[in-house]
Ligand binder design. Structure first.
Ligand SMILES: [Zn+2]
Length: 326
């Protein structure tokens, strides 16, 4: 199997290639990973490999055969990830289609993105397909974390967990996709978005990255400001901006790491906000900095669990000020 633009994740590539190069396609696959980690890219590559006509499976997807050339192959169904509901009715309709023979390929492939959006009823309807799948069916689910799905679904899937990319792995793809950006800036964005290429591409493209660079040092300073009002006002900009919030938390984590290293006399420039890091290092003890880092980690986890944003931001301000002892 050919992975082309899918960066990093060597163990997953080896595992998939070992199966697919021998002509074995898993009937139910669950790809988990954070936003922008390549879940959908990988799902589509596997789908394309299954639909490709090249007799050499290790060369699939070949990119040139009639099936690869089609923008929307008739045997590929993609659902979810675009805000549409994955209701029990949607899944029941999908089930009817699943049993139809493929039109022109050896397989019928169904990609169900953001599968965590399914209600338990919808998941149970899906289970009926996964329990006795027809031989021609390949089902690929993507989700943030497998624990958001029923155990009965998980146990019927081959699970793949995507890892963040290293800069060296991501660089060729990012510089090709964003040729006008300074590579050093892209590396900063890569670090800030936790090695998730999709987040870097979106964040640099839509201006989120710039906003994060602007906001994060100011928020770091406001954590230790005399009054809480400053922090509340700054975090107001994060309302309804989940990506920006995630970026700011990642940025804060880097500033705190720099501050902690600074506390012990070292210098790092992970955050590229040295003044903010130096200020925190001068105002807070190592214990306080460590407590803040732990708090940021907890907030990152809470954010990934789709907590109500207004409540989240109130909690963010209170938690950070408390951890800093203010
Ligand atoms: Zn092909």
């Amino acid at each position: 199997m050919q992975f082309r633009d899918f960066a990093g994740n060597a163990p997953i590539k080896q595992r998939l290639a070992a199966e697919i190069d021998a002509g074995h396609y898993p009937h139910a696959l669950l790809i988990e990973g954070p936003l922008g980690s390549g879940r959908r890219t990988l799902a589509r590559l596997i789908a394309r490999a299954a639909l490709c006509r090249d007799t050499d499976h290790s060369a699939r997807p070949c990119g040139v055969c009639a099936a690869c050339q089609k923008a929307t192959p008739p045997d590929l169904t993609e659902l979810g990830g675009d805000g549409t509901s994955l209701s029990v009715d949607t899944i029941r309709r999908l089930r009817e289609d699943a049993f139809l023979l493929p039109n022109e390929s050896a397989y019928r492939v169904m990609i169900l993105a953001e599968a965590q959006a399914m209600t338990p009823q919808a998941q149970n309807a899906l289970l009926k397909i996964l329990e006795e799948p027809p031989a021609h069916l390949l089902f690929i689910l993507t989700c943030d974390t497998r624990t958001s799905l029923l155990e009965t679904i998980r146990s019927r899937c081959v699970c793949l967990t995507l890892a963040p990319t290293a800069w060296e792995e991501a660089a060729p793809i990012l510089t090709a996709r964003l040729p006008k950006e300074d590579p050093a800036e892209l590396q900063r964005a890569h670090s800030l978005f936790g090695g998730c290429i999709g987040q870097v591409i979106d964040g640099v493209g839509d201006g989120t990255f710039r906003q994060v660079l602007d906001l994060t040092p100011r928020i770091a300073a406001a954590i230790v400001a005399p009054k809480e009002a400053e922090l509340l006002e700054l975090t107001g900009a994060l309302e309804k901006e989940k990506q920006l919030t995630a970026g700011v938390l990642a940025g804060l984590s880097l500033i705190l790491r720099d501050a902690l290293v600074g506390k012990y006399g070292g210098t790092t420039t992970l955050s590229t906000a040295p003044e903010a890091a130096a200020q925190l290092a001068s105002r807070l003890t190592a214990q306080r900095l460590t407590a803040l880092m732990e708090q940021v980690e907890r907030l990152q986890f809470a954010l990934s669990r789709n907590m109500n944003n207004t409540l989240f931001l109130t909690r963010l301000c209170a938690c950070l000020r408390q951890a800093a002892g203010y």
